[in-house]
Design a protein around this ligand. Sequence first.
Ligand SMILES: [Zn+2]
Ligand SMILES: [Zn+2]
Length: 160
Amino acid sequence: MSEIKATAKVAVLTGEKKIEVRKLPVPEINDDEVLVKVEGCGICGTDVHEYKGDPFGYIPIQLGHEGTGTIVKLGKNVTADYSGKPLNVGDKIVTGLKPCGVCDTCKKDPEHIHLCDGGEIFGLLPGEEHFFNGWFGEYIKINAGGVIFNFQALGQIHRL
Ligand SMILES: [Zn+2]
Ligand SMILES: [Zn+2]
C-alpha cells in the first residue's frame, strides 16, 4: 500500500472549456467518510455538457462521476458497502449517489435510491468545498451517506 500523499492534484473546471490542475492538501476524513485513491474515471456526456457551457451553473467544479479506485483510508463507522459487503482498506470501489434520505424513494424503496428526488452525485457538486468530491483528481473523499459498492459485491447488485 502506497502512502497517502500530503497534497494531490485536482482538475477544476474554472470557466467554459477551461480546466486547471491544482495541487491541494488531501483532506482528512472523519469517522463516517472514506478516502479513495483514484485509478480511473470515465468522461460522461454530462461532464462534456458542463465543460462546454456550464448549463448547471456549477463553475468552479471538480467533475468526474464515473470512476473507480482503491480505499486508502476508512472512517471507523464505515464497515460495509451499500449492499452489506464488508469494506476494508485496499478494496476497490465505485460510487453511487448520495441519497437525500427523506424523499419517498429513499424512505420506502431503498433498492431504487438512484431514483431519489434530491440525491447528490460525487463529481457534480459545485464549489470549492467539494474539491476532492469528484473523480477527476488523485483522490476522492466519499462523504458520510455516500453510496459505495465494493467490486466483489457487484453480483449482488444484479440480483436486486
Ligand atoms: Zn454520467
Ligand atoms: Zn431521496
